[in-house]
Design a binder for this molecule. Sequence first.
Ligand SMILES: NC(=O)c1ccc[n+]([C@@H]2O[C@H](COP(=O)([O-])OP(=O)(O)OC[C@H]3O[C@@H](n4cnc5c(N)ncnc54)[C@H](O)[C@@H]3O)[C@@H](O)[C@H]2O)c1
Length: 320
Amino acid sequence: MILVTGCSGFIGFHLAKKLLEKKKSILGIDIIDNYYSKSKKIQRLNIIKKFDNFNFLKVDLNNFDKLRKIINKYPIDTIIHLAAQPGVRISLSNPFNTLKQNLTAFINVLEIARLKKVKKFIYASSSSVYGNSKIYPFNEQDFENIPVSVYGSTKLSNEIIADAYSRNFNINSIGLRFFTVYGPHGRPDMAYYSFLDNLRKNLPIQVFNKGNMMRDFTYIDDVVLGIVKVIKTKFKKKHEILNIGKGKPDKLMDLIKYLEKFYKKKFKIKFTKNIPIGDIKNTFSNTSKAKKIIKWIPKVNLENGIEKFVKWYKLDNGIK
Ligand SMILES: NC(=O)c1ccc[n+]([C@@H]2O[C@H](COP(=O)([O-])OP(=O)(O)OC[C@H]3O[C@@H](n4cnc5c(N)ncnc54)[C@H](O)[C@@H]3O)[C@@H](O)[C@H]2O)c1
């Protein structure tokens, strides 16, 4: 049985759905927090709850005693830990919650991995660990990575803690550095989604650094395929870190262009010179390690991915 934490979240939902379709037995855990619309999380959960091979527990991963007792009832052999407090900006305005969700809860799940002697512990890291590194593309061996946000620091800490656990307790761990994941059922706090919300509501959007930013936008289906390959692969090292990014960054202005093209409406844009604190100017993943170890090659380009996202968004908002 596979435990997926954060199963009502964006990536957790898509991953759980894919694994359920493959007839895997899944235990999903989520607290359904209010970082963004709870109804979006419930909407996702209702879709995966339809599968017979799905069990759901609404548990706070910070409550270790409850977690341990409940988990004991399930024959878990693999953990995919995706629950977290995402978001660079909120980690600077409310660092306490980011530390709680991303460090304390992380240790709790690792302890479960140790107690259950799982075959694999797979966890979400982030491109934010690279900070403002200028060594493009970002590669996993780049030790100049100094995160510029509390969020990025918690994700780098996760990698260091997972490494210690894998050495001391023989846990096979794989940390996945996700690069700007987007797509249907996405996160309303992320730019591609909030921009479209503003477009729908005839509100202007604020574009930082005069639009001179790049993101390695990675489509959700590619990300899910990558995680499925991580589950299947036999790793040589006890702890491995992999970039899960498209490997071809796009200009922020191209994102805007495609949103306009598929929504068939022009944005009102307010350009500003600054980049918000904690944000990174460019992200660009080197994907050769993932290609070599898990044989993963992302396929969806930004134009096609945004077309699919806008199609879903219109349906979700009852727009023809
Ligand atoms: N989406 C991206 O672009 C991206 C990029 C880099 C890294 N990540 C990481 O990938 C993971 C998944 O991201 P996402 O985009 O799906 O985020 P998300 O916010 O949509 O999902 C996270 C889920 O975790 C749940 N959760 C939070 N704290 C919890 C707790 N204490 N107990 C139980 N459940 C809890 C939330 O309710 C939420 O449903 C996160 O670890 C995130 O930091 C995401």
